[in-house]
Design a protein around this ligand. Structure first.
Ligand SMILES: C[S@@+](CC[C@H](N)C(=O)[O-])C[C@H]1O[C@@H](n2cnc3c(N)ncnc32)[C@H](O)[C@@H]1O
Length: 208
């Protein structure tokens, strides 16, 4: 594995020194503008429970709390490095009881059925295992009518996907049609695709 590949594989599961560097980078750069663009397509509930899956450096938990008056926000990530960074970034909200962060994989979310009014996934579904099973697991923990928001920096149509998939083992840059099909197979309805065609950003909203 080349050095670039070794470094960028930390976007899939941040670990060790390079993982900490990559996670710090996730909270800056283009991720913030893209996350805000995506969040504009969904009504963030004013109360109840919201979950951000694959929360990385935790900046999107803060964004979600900024867009919701009272909702309690949970972050999950299967990387210990990501969980630690997210806890640091949201320490005040955690102390106030408005936020919690858990180490867990989307493949087995440690929550009861019908818990959350909204689930978000920024820049992470590329790495999820058995995508339809992962989507079904998200659907399970959403309450009926709950919203699932996916935001990806690459819509699978940019021509860059092969380069990234070669560099980062286990990554798949889904096209809008692929995601639509997998979400429907997992039982989601009202799948709506939003794109920024010049930047190749992709946002999908769908409902349990
Ligand atoms: C590219 S980062 C994006 C982080 C953050 N959502 C953002 O937009 O800045 C991808 C994150 O998804 C997490 N992730 C990947 N696969 C996961 C899985 N199966 N379960 C939970 N987290 C996962 C990684 O550990 C990493 O922190």
């Amino acid at each position: 594995m080349g050095l670039f590949s070794k470094i960028f594989s930390n976007t899939r599961k941040p670990e060790g020194f390079w993982g900490r560097m990559i996670v710090a980078g996730m909270n800056g750069g283009s991720h913030g503008a893209m996350a805000s663009w995506g969040l504009d397509f969904a009504n963030v509930p004013a109360e109840g429970e919201i979950i951000d899956i694959g929360c990385g450096g935790g900046a999107n938990l803060a964004r979600l709390m900024g867009r919701s008056l009272h909702a309690k926000v949970t972050g999950v990530d299967y990387s210990r490095v990501s969980v630690e960074k997210t806890r640091k970034v949201n320490a005040d909200a955690i102390a106030e009881g408005r936020c919690q962060v858990l180490e867990a994989s989307v493949a087995g979310l440690p929550f009861k059925d019908d818990t959350f009014g909204m689930a978000t996934a920024f820049e992470t579904v590329y790495f999820w295992p058995e995508i339809e099973k992962s989507f079904a697991e998200v659907r399970r923990i959403l309450s009926p009518g709950g919203i699932f928001l996916i935001v990806n920096e690459d819509d699978g149509l940019s021509g860059n996907n092969e380069k990234w998939e070669k560099m980062i083992e286990g990554m798949h840059t889904y096209t809008p049609d692929e995601l639509r099909t997998h979400l429907a197979a997992a039982g989601f309805r009202d799948v709506t695709v939003h794109r920024n065609e010049s930047k190749h950003w992709l946002c999908i909203t769908t409902v349990k």
